[in-house]
Ligand binder design. Structure first.
Ligand SMILES: Nc1ncnc2c1ncn2[C@@H]1O[C@H](COP(=O)(O)OP(=O)(O)OP(=O)(O)O)[C@@H](O)[C@H]1O
Length: 358
């Protein structure tokens, strides 16, 4: 898929800008604080309903503005789709081809993968980062996943509310939610395992491409509760313990995964640059798998590429994405060296204004 046009209003320093986009690589250059990352954030917002930067979605709204909106004309194969996401007051609205739709439907129609300075948290950060990566990957290729995930979250909220009453009974109050958690956690676990089984070949290939010196990789997945044990029995057994902790301590919301390499068995063996390259390998593999499942590469955003990777790796990534024909949006204070001699679209960004240079 690719964007043909993006119009962004009231997002950070972008008051009202429109960008025409084509196939291939687009580079946004300009000084610090110019609004380059905000362009990528706008694209990402359409595919995730949130920013990739930490902080509340509310921080995206331009100071003093009442409304924020991102519109895109998107091409998927031969079809054109219009996407819109806006916030007015406290209300967020999503639109697909002129119709109001639930946010979930909008974000499922649009796929953007983003490598940015915070991406190394996928390797060095909390389990929540890795679950989010996994769940977004599954969500974009498995339509049934969102329903199971929502039912799981609802049951979890209910059980946690019961725990907060400070009483472990009666059974009739806890048991239905624990059964629901068991059923939905099993479904979520199946989706995640199937996804990871499919991701591993693409991940091995991208890691081999970016980090050949580390040798073959192994992915370990933990589902969030002991293997071989039913979740509802486990939850019934550990109500007292969960009560003391104030929340549910086992289940699909505790899942995690990790990577190790033959020549770097522990995460602590990786340099910071290698952590970033490992995270990038995961994101490229996710994009690759998305292309395999949906027949279209997602849009790939690379924020501040030149400050994140050395020249050899910048070149490798750009060549790989160029070869598969993905639409790529890159930012930097200068045009990254590997892109200086190639045909691509170049935009200058300054004080929230975007001007095409090429
Ligand atoms: N809610 C907001 N309202 C108005 N301006 C904002 C808001 N949030 C951030 N900004 C400003 O918008 C700009 C955002 O810049 P952005 O992060 O997109 O810049 P950039 O060109 O990627 O910069 P860098 O090269 O430093 O990473 C900054 O100048 C920032 O101070």
């Amino acid at each position: 898929m690719r964007f043909e046009r993006l119009r962004i209003q009231g997002l950070r320093c972008l008051d009202d800008v429109a960008v025409e986009l084509a196939e291939g690589i687009h580079v946004f250059v300009g000084p610090n604080g110019a609004g380059k990352t905000s362009v990528l954030e706008a694209a990402y917002l359409l595919s995730h309903g949130r920013s990739f930067r930490s902080g509340a979605r509310e921080a995206l709204l331009q100071r003093g503005a009442r409304a924020l909106s991102v519109f895109a004309e998107m091409r998927v194969g031969d079809a054109r789709t219009r996407l819109g996401l806006g916030r007015e007051g406290t209300r967020w609205d999503a639109r697909l081809d002129g119709q109001d739709v639930p946010l979930g439907q909008l974000v499922q129609a649009c796929a953007v993968v983003c490598f940015e300075p915070g991406s190394h948290a996928l390797i060095a950060g909390s389990a929540e980062e890795r679950r989010r990566f996994l769940d977004w990957g599954v969500f974009h290729v498995e339509h049934g996943f969102l329903g199971a995930w929502r039912r799981y979250q609802r049951a979890l909220k209910q059980r946690n509310a019961l725990l907060r009453t400070g009483v472990v009974g009666p059974e009739a109050l806890y048991a239905p939610w624990e059964h629901e958690l068991d059923e939905m956690a099993t479904a979520i676990d199946d989706y995640r395992r199937t996804y990871l089984d499919r991701l591993i070949p693409a991940l091995s290939a991208s890691a081999q491409f970016l980090l050949p010196e580390l040798g073959p990789l192994t992915l370990r997945y933990k589902r969030g509760w002991a293997e071989g044990q039913g979740l509802s029995e486990l939850l019934a057994d550990q109500r007292g313990r969960d009560l003391a902790r104030g929340h549910t301590t086992a289940g699909a919301h505790r899942a995690d995964w990790s990577l190790s390499f033959e020549h770097a068995p522990l995460r602590e063996h990786l340099s910071r640059g290698q952590e970033k390259l490992t995270a990038l390998s995961c994101l490229l593999a996710q994009a690759d798998l998305h292309a395999e499942c949906r027949g279209e590469w997602p849009v790939v955003c690379l924020d501040d590429l030149a400050s994140e990777l050395d020249l050899a790796h910048q070149t490798a990534v750009v060549e790989r994405l160029g070869a598969v024909g993905a639409q790529v949006l890159v930012t930097g204070t200068e045009c990254p060296l590997p892109l200086q001699s190639r045909p691509h679209r170049l935009f200058h960004v300054e004080q929230g204004q975007i001007r095409p240079l090429l």
